[in-house]
Design a protein around this ligand. Structure first.
Ligand SMILES: [Zn+2]
Length: 440
């Protein structure tokens, strides 16, 4: 960033690093979910950096790229491909997280065939105590986790109490599988089973989801999360019940029937709106994926949050938390945040998608919308806390950079800027998600 050597930036960063953090989005289950790292390249390509390596891999199969993350493939087998792709990728923000933990966890400055052997010797040191220590030392007070959709023992194990989470975990309901792009008999019966119901109509299906929501709330969920944008557009039409029911009944009448896409879209749309009414009734905030997606070869135009306009206008009593800076559609997102009282902006993942964009978003959000509507950080990683902490380090730099700019241009004084940083990182999400955390 432009301010790295300025005393004002250093002063801001030092204070921001001491602030408590509500981590607004993770896919972490707890220490039991931690992948076992037996091989150093697999340990260094966790999460998003693999997408950048893949993007560099012209002429290489996806299977070969995925082998880089496979701990059972030997380092020698991987090294020639990894060396080439890492050389092409090492300056991206995803790769910067790898470089940060290369230094902080393994004490290495560069990746060479020799340093990989030294990293291999330290892989076994990542135990359960280290997992929690890493989170605690970073100042993270709570983590909003989206894992209920892929628990090893299923959502039922959360509802019956046999799957539990560590103290700082705050789970959210995972919504996409309840209004999938291709609904089938299996979805209907599994949702019914969670509610102890046998479903014979569309109305009963929505009722079953309502029961599931109620049971999830009893187990401590703090909201709903939906990342359907990976597989469909964010245009949710208002569909007549009869049209949705016709599609639902086609599956119901014969368990061997499946709905395809896009023919199943009206039903998915109808159910999404029905679930937003449940979100209102149960007072559950809704996190929505917008913008950039993990992986490669997807279409970003279908994820622009501008397509949510009718949802945001209709469901005025639902609080929406729009993710990822809607990257790369910054102006559209700022408009939504400025224009709708029920919309907040969530910078999760954004700080390592595009750091200058994150700085730009934070700065322009100060000029354009109430600062109470910005959530500053979410790691969006799996169960490797070192990656979350590396990401948080970059996020804190981005926040310090944005605020330094605003002080230098005379828009804010230092005290105001630090108060904004506290709101972004802690106070706003603490209030928005009803976490009731004490400031430590
Ligand atoms: Zn995520």
């Amino acid at each position: 960033m432009t301010h790295l050597s300025s005393p004002l930036f250093e002063r801001m960063l030092e204070q921001i690093e001491a602030m408590p953090v509500v981590d607004c989005h993770e896919h972490m289950m707890g220490p039991a979910g931690r992948p076992e790292y037996k091989e150093p390249i697999a340990a260094l390509v966790h999460g998003y950096v693999l997408s950048d390596l893949w993007s560099a891999a012209f002429g290489v199969t996806g299977r070969d790229v995925n082998r880089l993350a496979d701990p059972d493939v030997s380092t020698d087998d991987k090294w020639p491909l990894f060396e080439r792709l890492w050389h092409a990728t090492e300056h991206t923000a995803y790769a910067r997280v790898t470089k940060l933990l290369l230094k902080s966890v393994y004490g290495q400055d560069t990746i060479t065939r020799e340093t990989l052997d030294r990293i291999a010797e330290r892989l076994s040191a990542q135990d359960e105590a280290a997992y929690f220590r890493t989170i605690d030392q970073a100042g993270i007070q709570a983590l909003l986790v989206d894992v209920l959709g892929w628990l090893p023992k299923g959502l039922g194990s959360f509802l019956d109490g046999s799957t539990t989470f560590p103290d700082k975990w705050r789970p959210l309901i995972s919504l996409p599988q309840m209004h999938p792009t291709a609904l089938n008999w299996g979805t209907i019966t599994s949702v019914g089973a969670l509610a102890d119901m046998h479903i014979t109509s569309l109305d009963e299906y929505v009722e079953a989801v309502s029961v599931v929501f109620e049971r999830c709330i009893e187990r401590g969920v703090v909201g709903i999360k939906d990342q359907s944008a990976y597989g469909r557009s964010l245009t949710y039409d208002l569909v007549c019940q009869a049209d949705a029911e016709r599609l639902f009944n086609r599956v119901l009448v014969d368990p061997r029937n499946n709905l395809g896409w896009p023919e199943g879209k009206p039903l998915s749309d109808y159910l999404f709106h029905a679930f937003m009414r449940l979100a209102r009734d149960f007072d559950l905030p809704v996190q929505l994926h917008t913008g950039h997606m993990a992986g490669i070869r997807n279409r970003v135009d279908k994820t622009n949050a501008a397509q949510l306009t009718s949802v945001l206008e209709l469901h005025q009593e639902v609080h929406f938390d729009l993710f990822h800076g809607n990257w790369p559609y910054l102006g559209d997102l700022l408009f939504l945040g400025k224009n709708y009282p029920n919309v907040s902006l969530d910078c999760c993942w954004l700080h390592i998608i595009d750091p200058p964009y994150a700085v730009e978003l934070l700065k322009r959000s100060v000029y354009t919308l109430p600062h109470t509507k910005v959530h500053g950080f979410g790691g969006d990683y799996g169960d490797v806390p070192e990656y979350v902490v590396g990401h948080l380090q970059i996020a804190r730099q981005n926040i310090a950079c944005a605020l330094t700019d605003l002080i230098e241009t005379g828009w804010l004084n230092e005290e105001q800027a630090l108060s904004l940083a506290e709101d972004w990182l802690f106070n706003n999400p603490n209030r928005f998600f009803g976490l009731k955390l004490e400031r430590v």
